[in-house]
Design a protein around this ligand. Structure first.
Ligand code: C2E
Ligand code: CA
Ligand code: CA
Length: 630
């Protein structure tokens, strides 16, 4: 015997009875040490138990199939999960728990593996606890010595959660989560496909770009929640309006796009686009109401562009035009928009060059008191010198006044120049009065507009009340009107007077007049020029003067060209006037002489009951417009 003393051994005892006699049985005993055999059996049992538990606790459900792929063995958990009975689940019974859409592809894949012996790996939805869940089934063949497949060993794994996450990620990649609409990437993909189809079926494809008017105001005034709600409701309305007609997508911000296929002609596209205009929403918050409508730009394949990028660019140009024409409208792309855009770009470049080369200069047009004939101040007007040295009007760089960066550079150049001129005239003891400066909405939208202006004024020791800022009502149109409003309030807080320019041509809304800190109203030339000739113009001018006075504002008539107009305006009670009749805008070097001759003549003027004698006024005005002043 092996083993040391005190070891416990497993001994198998074999006994055999032998008969020595009837009453004397004899038993032979044989003792066999089976300790090691016992240990092996124990090991085997434990390993079986381990395997059982591995299977039991494994989230994967193993199974075995015969050479033909009929399932011959599986765990109880498989039955528990699928709710099938053992005999139902055997063979190909699992197919009855498979999602109907998956039966065909998965049987094909399994058949392929059985035919080729390739392991298989499929995704399939199985009914588990009364709901379909995504499963992954994999199986590997076992072959006999001759290489024939005798068994398939497989397992099925619940991958439902990860499939859902995967689907979500894929969905997010081409959808906008706020509105649940397709995003820009998906829209572009759809557009590319649509253009491919249109090449062969000779139909038109329409690209609509939509933008919610006043959206930024909703966000700024009513908060982002209101903005989000508005976007969601617009998305839902668009989806309903264009259901079955095309793809509605959100490209970002408040920009939506619609893709229309199979159109026969442009008119059909225009009519469809018109439908978007039916969306109007009025939001109320903090005692204000905001009306939100849409502007739409439309470009059509093939005439407006043959590739997606071109169509989108042209629809965008049309949208830009729709918005600048006053919003809430549809604009089809047309070639002239491209020309306008090129002209705008040329204007901005001209202005940028002028700023860079230092060829921007300020001219000054006198502002006159109609009651006393005195010179009360000037309006600074931009001029620029072209490469030939010719002085040119702002009309050729107009678009730059709307350009975020260039407008700001122009503004800084003009203000420094005006303040430096004013400081120089003051130093010579000249009574300049106040100088009005035109400011565009792009400038007012800039951060710290007022703060920077004050800093420049301080550099030249210019007092706030010796200037005036001219704005038009247009500054409140378009994006950023809240920033404009902020700048205007800041100017007011700094005691810088404000004038409302071109009054009567814009919205002439009393809301603006009442809510703005405006001290001067400038009546547009278009009314003034007809003040004596046309009764209606006379009536309008008279009404505007009365309105201005009622609101305690000074009234300036612009563009007075004739003595009769000046007389009529004075009779109507208009305070001040500007115009070629008194003087054309003139360069700074001529201003000291102009101021001097004006004060010398003021005695004569004040005695003159009829009007300001124009012969005594207007020296050195610009000649490019064909001066009528001697
Ligand atoms: P605005 O502010 O309405 O300026 C008055 C315009 O009328 C000036 O044109 C002036 O030369 C012209 N004008 C004055 N009196 C008469 C008249 O009796 N008859 C006629 N037919 N015209 C008269 P201008 O200088 O060509 O300026 C055009 C516009 O350009 C200005 O209109 C203003 O909106 C803009 N602008 C001019 N300078 C600046 C500037 O420095 N900054 C900005 N943002 N805009 C400017
Ligand atoms: Ca002006
Ligand atoms: Ca004006």
């Amino acid at each position: 015997m092996h083993g040391g003393a005190g070891d416990l051994r497993h001994i198998r005892v074999l006994a055999q009875a032998r008969h020595r006699g009837p009453d004397r049985p004899v038993v032979d005993l044989v003792a066999v040490d089976v300790t090691s055999e016992h240990a092996e059996i124990d090991l085997l049992r434990r390993s079986m138990e381990n395997l059982r538990l591995i299977v039991e606790y494994n989230p994967q459900l193993p199974w075995i199939a015969d050479a033909e792929g009929r399932i011959i063995d599986f765990t109880d958990r498989w039955l528990e999960n699928t709710g099938l009975e053992r005999d139902e689940a055997a063979g190909s019974g699992w197919l009855s728990a498979t999602h109907p859409d998956d039966v065909e592809p998965v049987t094909q894949r399994v058949a392929h593996s059985h035919a080729t012996g390739e392991p298989f790996d499929v995704r399939v939805r199985l009914m588990v606890n009364d709901q379909y869940r995504w499963m992954r089934a994999q199986a590997y063949p076992r072959r006999d010595d001759e290489g024939r497949i005798i068994r398939w060993y497989g397992y099925t794994e619940d991958i439902h959660e990860s499939v859902l996450i995967e689907e979500q990620i894929r969905w997010n990649a081409d959808h906008d989560s706020l509105t649940e609409l397709p995003n820009r990437a998906m829209f572009n993909a759809c557009l590319d496909k649509a253009l491919g189809r249109a090449l062969t079926d000779f139909k038109k494809v329409g690209v609509f770009l939509l933008d919610i008017d006043n959206f930024k105001d909703v966000n700024d005034l009513m908060g982002h929640h209101a903005g989000d709600d508005l976007l969601k409701s617009f998305a839902a309305r668009l989806k309903a309006i264009f259901a079955g007609e095309g793809v509605v997508a959100r490209l970002g911000g408040d920009e939506f796009a619609i893709l229309i296929e199979n159109a026969d002609n442009r008119q059909q596209l225009a009519d469809l686009a018109d439908r978007a205009l039916t969306i109007r929403e009025t939001l109320f918050a903090a005692g204000r109401s905001l009306e939100c409508r849409v502007s739409v730009g439309v470009a059509a394949f093939p005439e407006d562009g043959r590739v997606a990028t071109e169509l989108l660019r042209h629809a965008d140009l049309a949208l830009y035009r729709a918005k600048s024409l006053g919003r809430g409208r549809v604009q089809m792309f047309e070639q002239s928009l491209l020309e306008d855009m090129q002209e705008r770009v040329a204007m901005i470049n001209r202005a940028r060059t002028a700023v860079r080369d230092g060829t921007i200069i300020s001219y000054y047009q006198p502002k006159v008191s109609l009651q006393t004939g005195e010179l009360v101040g000037f309006e600074a007007l931009l001029r620029w010198r072209d490469s030939c040295g010719t002085i040119r009007s702002p009309a050729e760089i107009y678009a730059a006044f709307d350009d975020h960066d260039v407008a700001d550079m122009i503004g800084q150049t003009m203000t420094s120049q005006v303040f430096s001129d004013m400081a120089a005239w003051r130093a010579r003891g000249l009574a300049v009065g106040h100088v009005a400066i035109n400011v565009s909405s792009a400038e007012l939208r800039r951060e710290r507009f007022a703060g920077r202006l004050i800093e420049t004024m301080e550099r030249f020791s210019i007092a706030p009340d010796s200037i005036e800022i001219e704005i038009t009502e247009g500054v409140f149109l378009g994006a950023g009107s809240d920033a404009v409003r902020r700048s205007i309030d800041e100017l007011h807080m700094c005691n810088i007077p404000l004038a409302l320019d071109d009054f009567g041509t814009g919205f002439a809304s009393l809301t603006h007049l009442r809510s703005l800190p405006v001290s001067t109203l400038k009546i547009d030339r278009s009314f003034v020029s007809g003040v004596t000739a046309r009764e209606s113009d006379g009536a309008i001018v008279s009404a505007l003067i009365t309105l201005g006075r009622a609101l305690n504002m000074k009234v300036v008539a612009e563009g007075v060209e004739e003595a009769d107009q000046s007389i009529r305006l004075r009779e109507m009670g208009c305070d001040y006037a500007q115009g070629f009749y008194f003087s054309r805008p003139a360069p700074s070097e001529t201003i000291p002489a102009l101021i001097q001759s004006w004060s010398e003549n003021s005695a004569v003027i004040s005695l003159n009951r009829r009007a300001v004698p124009r012969s005594s006024l207007g020296r050195g005005g610009e000649g490019w417009a064909g001066s009528r002043i001697a």
